[in-house]
Design a protein around this ligand. Structure first.
Ligand code: ADP
Length: 234
């Protein structure tokens, strides 16, 4: 579904951050991207979503090459992005946040239907529909950020550190939501610091180090000595 080959990328005028990354998300998969801080995990997501400078290689989604596509084109192909730090519009209501998510859809009936679908999916958001984003807890804001992406009806959801700054309880809830969304047919590529939690829900995991894929594997990757050292100080 998503096939990245020999990706080289960086930021404007800066050095290469990613060096020949190969990565794949197959239909229906949850794929985790873990690794130390600064390894380039977010840059992989940003390269897919045209927020970093792709300098070589290819990023293909089904039949389309994504490099240099505009945000609305990416969304219309079926790719949505839940950015790091949620980026909920704090002075807009829950409903307005969801409407912002639908900016790339011109059919207003479809926008209404999609918002209704996420309200059914997350009744908490319907209850808080008129509240400002700022009045929601961290976990509720993360649900709103996910819902705002789901309004776009994605086939592939990119998520950057969904558990960042959440309480253990909210974190558990978010991972449960991610699993459910996947069961409903959305494929996911998730960058996470919380390696254990994400590897447990992922079908496959890539470990990034200094802009390169250092390891790939399934759930047993947590038993790898290198991973134990990086994440669990063992
Ligand atoms: P990770 O997600 O693994 O923590 P990032 O992809 O955020 O890593 O960062 C990888 C490298 O890219 C870091 O050295 C970081 O300083 C640099 N970087 C990240 N974002 C930008 C940016 N917008 N402009 C320039 N350099 C950046």
């Amino acid at each position: 579904m998503l096939t990245i080959k020999n990706l080289k990328a960086g930021y404007y005028n800066g050095p290469d951050i990613l060096h020949d990354i190969d990565l794949e998300v197959k239909p229906g998969e949850i794929v985790a991207l873990i690794g130390p801080n600064g390894a380039g995990k977010s840059t992989v997501l940003r390269s897919i979503f045209n927020q970093a400078e792709v300098r070589g290689g290819s990023i293909k989604f089904i039949d389309d090459e994504l490099t240099n596509l505009q945000t609305h084109q990416l969304i219309n192909l079926g790719i949505s992005f839940v950015p790091q730090g949620r980026q909920v519009f704090s002075t807009m209501t829950v409903k307005e946040n969801l409407e912002m998510g639908a900016f790339a859809i011109s059919d207003q009936k479809l926008v209404k239907d999609n918002i209704e679908t996420v309200f059914k999916r997350f009744p908490m958001l319907r209850e808080k529909t008129g509240q400002n984003g700022a009045n929601l807890s961290g976990g509720q804001q993360q649900i709103l950020a996910i819902a705002r992406a789901l309004v776009q009806n994605p086939k592939l959801l990119l998520m950057d550190e969904p558990s960042l700054g959440l309480s253990p309880k909210a974190m558990k809830e978010i991972f449960a939501v991610i699993k459910e969304i996947n069961k409903e047919g959305v494929s996911l590529l998730i960058v996470e610091q919380n390696a254990r939690a994400v590897v447990e829900i992922a079908d496959r995991t890539y470990v990034l180090e200094m802009g390169k894929v250092a390891l790939t594997g399934g759930r047993d990757i947590l038993d790898n000595e290198k991973i134990k050292k990086i994440y669990f100080g063992q």
